[in-house]
Design a protein around this ligand. Structure first.
Ligand code: SF4
Ligand code: SF4
Length: 117
């Protein structure tokens, strides 16, 4: 397992989970992620990517929500768990993401080439 895989696993484990509003996907849109996380997502065609981007959407947002929930990028997991990325529906975990962890995740994102999902 690479250093980045270990970091991703660690971050995923420590970002707190919470219940979203049923059927809500207001925070989904064009997001970026590291190549390592991108490689875990099923390949979409250029046309699918273009169609999603034209609507300022994410290509993995299906009619029943996120199609890659178990492998969704770190930014999607972090959303709603920090004051900077507050959920517009007012949902949040009981305990927000630890600020040191948030900083570590930001550093990880800044140190990897981010690609459009
Ligand atoms: S975090 Fe908030 S805005 Fe995003 S899907 Fe969940 S309830 Fe909706
Ligand atoms: S990967 Fe899933 S959670 Fe993240 S923006 Fe796309 S549809 Fe939404």
């Amino acid at each position: 397992m690479t250093g980045n895989s270990k970091k991703i696993r660690f971050f995923r484990k420590h970002i707190p989970a919470f219940e979203c509003l049923v059927g809500c996907h207001d925070c989904c849109g064009p997001v970026t992620t590291s190549p390592e996380e991108m490689a875990r997502l099923p390949v979409k065609s250029i046309a699918e990517h273009d169609a999603a981007l034209a609507e300022l959407n994410c290509p993995y947002l299906g009619k029943n929500g996120c199609e890659v929930y178990a492998e969704r990028p770190l930014i999607c997991r972090l959303f709603g768990t920090t004051p900077m990325l507050a959920c517009p529906q007012g949902r949040r975990p009981e305990v927000m993401t630890d600020s040191d962890l948030e900083q570590q995740i930001e550093l990880y994102m800044m140190s990897t080439r981010q690609v459009l999902v």
